[in-house]
Design a protein around this ligand. Sequence first.
Ligand SMILES: Nc1ncnc2c1ncn2[C@@H]1O[C@H](COP(=O)(O)OP(=O)(O)OP(=O)(O)O)[C@@H](O)[C@H]1O
Length: 355
Amino acid sequence: MATVVVAMSGGVDSSVAAAMLRDQGYDVIGVNLRLYSKEDSQAYSLNKQCCTLDSMRDAEAVCRKLGIPFYALNMEREFTRDVVDYFVSEYLQGKTPNPCLACNAHIKFHHLFERAMALGADYIATGHYARLRRTESGVKLLTGVDAAKDQSYTLYMLSQRELERTLLPIGEQTKAETRELARKYGLVTANKPESQDICFIPSGDYRAFVRRLAPHAESPGPIVDTSGRQLGVHHGVAFYTIGQRKGLGITVGKPMYVVRLDPEKNMVVVGTKEELSSREIRLCDVNYIDGSPRTEAFECEVKLRYRGASIPAIVHPEDDRSVRVELLGPGNVAPGQAVVFYQGEEVLGGGKATS
Ligand SMILES: Nc1ncnc2c1ncn2[C@@H]1O[C@H](COP(=O)(O)OP(=O)(O)OP(=O)(O)O)[C@@H](O)[C@H]1O
């Protein structure tokens, strides 16, 4: 019988994933990862979703109920280096990081994946809402059945080797069905609320978090328009994101958006909505889900952010790992953000915006 290590956050999705796999006949092992414990205790106590002792106890209680082994692994060092430090450093460089993507790439599908394989597991599983289709030409990554919960965007960087040994059991159902199953199984996690956007920033205030970890980010400088005229003063480029309109403290009679961040000149550049929208985006670190870099231009739909709309586009490959994306509809992107290619329900791949 195949053995599967289920990454259990202590939330409802991964609890149900473990229950479903057990019932499908797998030998299931539950693993909770301790990822971050440096948050201040007040904010931390609000965060019942991830990495807390409560979450670990919930994951353990679910495993006990299901009669499967449970292990807790400490990956704080890896998480701090590969997710939190990356997150802060990207903002300091005027970029927009996505920590959930970094966590998937480095923590779940690298550190946990490699450990599970080294210990002889056949698969790892998570509670992500996305689907895998095993075909003769390889494993395809598809959107989750529940469009409102689809998490395929956060998995575009996976390789065939990882996909072949991954199971995503709850992507085939809606969130309502997952909750229903959790109640049926009598799991303590059945009524847990949805998790936070960023698990290590329970308050949601990323600026306060960056300020605390990198006090030197507080570094006032000019806010200028695209012709270089000064319109105001900013607190530090790390506290602004491309597309931001509110909180700029400038009045020019029309809505102005952050269109560029220049950490070298310590400058925030603002412009009109037209100046914000991009027609072309360059991507690096491009991954193709089928493992074959394209050489010819292809049409697809792109998502520029996790909960973003699909925008028709033409992708022009430049080399194996970089492309130029021609947007056929309105959209804007910040350097550092992931751009993911879709054809219908299938994820073709994606990359990181450099401009
Ligand atoms: N601390 C953790 N330990 C182990 N696995 C985790 C942890 N955090 C997240 N995961 C895994 O990653 C998946 C996606 O994480 P995300 O934070 O998006 O949770 P979610 O969609 O709210 O799911 P859940 O309800 O299981 O928390 C989880 O379903 C789980 O498999």
